[in-house]
Design a protein around this ligand. Sequence first.
Ligand code: MSP
Length: 728
Amino acid sequence: MTALFLPMSNKFYLTTPIYYVNARPHIGTTYTTVVADAIARRKRALGFETWFLTGTDEHGQKIERSAEKAGLSPQAFTDKVSAQFKALWDRMGLTYDDYIRTTEPRHTRAVQKLFALLRDKGFIYKDTYTGQYCVSDEAFVDVPPGAPCPDCGRITETVSEENYFFKLSAFERPLLELFESQPEFIQPATRRNEVMSFVKAGLKDLSVSRTSFTWGIPVPGDEKHVIYVWMDALANYITALGWGSDDTSKFEKFWPTDLHIVGKEITRFHCVYWPAFLMAAGLPLPKSIVGHGWLLFEESKMSKSRGNIVRAETILEVLGADALRYFLLREIVFGQDGNFSFDALVQRYNSDLANGYGNLVSRTLAMIGKYFDGVVPAPEPYPDSDHATAGNQVGKQAYLSERFPEIAEKFNEEFEKLDFSRAVATLWGFISEVDVFITAEAPWKLASSENELLRYQLATVLYTAAEAIRILTALVYPVIPDAAAKVWAQLGLGDIRTTDLKNLAWGGLQPGTKLGELGPVFPRAEKDAVDRMKQIEEENNSAAAAAAPVAETPKVAETPTAPAEHPSRLKSALEGLATAISESTSESAAITALETFVENNIGDGAAEAAPAGPAYPERSPEITIDDFIKVDLRVAQIKVAERVPKADKLLRLEVDLGYEQRQILAGLAETYAPESLVGRKVVIVANLAPRKLRGFESNGMVVAASLEGGKPALAAFIEDIEIGARLK
Ligand code: MSP
């Protein structure tokens, strides 16, 4: 990613998306907020006047329905869930400067002003529209009736309304010019390409009001309409700064935003609609919008509707907030999807935090405590500078001190590029270097020596290690602030938040500084940490299921137009999928449509949606299209089929793929007579690694459905398919 522009002024304004209150926070939603918090802390330490905004998105039909399901009024419901988000952020010590709720009067009034302004300027007009509306995404989508949403795969509703429209089509060119002239406007490049192809495919005017529900901000002067929830939500970035109020000083100071951080599925709203609204209003545009990847759990996007969420609270309870922050920033490559697992979390915690940073701090400071009464020693000049060992020591201290600018520069560069994983790895590389230095110098041996010269060395070695820790701690503070604050206090340096990162230089640790009270920074995780976290999650899930405290995102079956019969729902979903794929403007949009189709129609979402019908199989781990494409499925013709001696189930087949002949051993003997198979066209997995069965090498696998009792039924085509044809 491009480095964030260092702003001309000394201010930095950054935002997270505002979270829907239809579901409680989980570590997927925590991810965006943790990233923002790390950036905000670093900017503050660099001396920027920083404004970090987060909050909750509380209007719309989705929320209205969730409230109804929870048996609460929308206001009571949103109050409750919004408070849960805020309480979690506070418990995690996240340093947001403002928390906006879209139900607050400061927001609703300003959104009405924005709407009126756009209408007065001629960018909003009234018209009648009939189309498919996705309640989950709160957006009209271009699909046939009954088809699922191309973005999220949920069934859409046919809505015919007199609506207000925003002239989005007028912004096609200006938007493309913006993307071309400011490549850093959308990051990373993959997201930029997706958005650009979306705009290039043509922009239609956007419906920006609804009359079919009331939980929203009324259109000024036409109260039976409520303002489109995305216009309402996006505006939070300016209404929170006081735009449209009597006091616009904060808006004038901080707008435009330096960085909007959003998940990849909502980059389009932020990179197309939002700049178009701002252009229409005559307001400055954001400097940069970055679309990050998803946190996956058990290989699929962590989300409440998939039922695969992990709550941050569980991790806080067992390992603490820094463990979660460290994992999210180190393990997940920002911009890409990344996996979460309890095992990986504990492994990272033990190896990097407990054994790495924590151990370095403990052993160094304990030695200063023991050999120098807890006072930082001076790196003494050697009385005999010609002495070989002393010269060696000076050289070693110089080596680490000279490494510092290099490390700091690399870290800064990587962090500015939002490459947190690399940035953190750079610091941990330095931790290893300091560890190697201490082990090689063996201060405990120097301390036990009678040789006075070695006492000088001891002071130098421990000063050097302590100074390296100070530097590391100042740099790593945005990532693990609680631990960094503890270490800072143990170094006798007071409050880390007052540190000036801009002027961080080697040698800043004053000899004579009295260390604070020492104590473990990252105690090793208990052996049962993974099991404990899993158990807490399980207990919480069963308690939540019993109490059903928070209503879910509406599922397909809840929408009025969702057919009751599962097969017909699946049929229309399939038709919709075909349309969505053929109309996708990018490969990743097609993949998203496919993934969400699988999630909603084959995974557990579909199981909940189907009111009656067959029992649904256990969900398999989700794969990406890239995984699927690795499987080389081909049409082959059986040329020879015969029983395998002493194997009741196995048949030895010779199949023709057109380009080669293969031998395959298949468990078909109990169902198919060998002679009935000769000449038959089947589907095989052509790139399965060879394996030996009963002394025969089998090169591939024949694809069959598994019926009751495990009986196979061969996959076949109605059409006559050429042999060798690939299934994709
Ligand atoms: N309310 C809208 C945003 C409006 S902003 C003007 C919304 N809300 S959300 O609650 O669904 O998502 C908020 C953010 O959480 C998004 O950036 C989304 O990507 C992020 N995440 C939700 N689940 C996530 C993961 N499993 N992994 C990473 N981020 C995730 O969209």
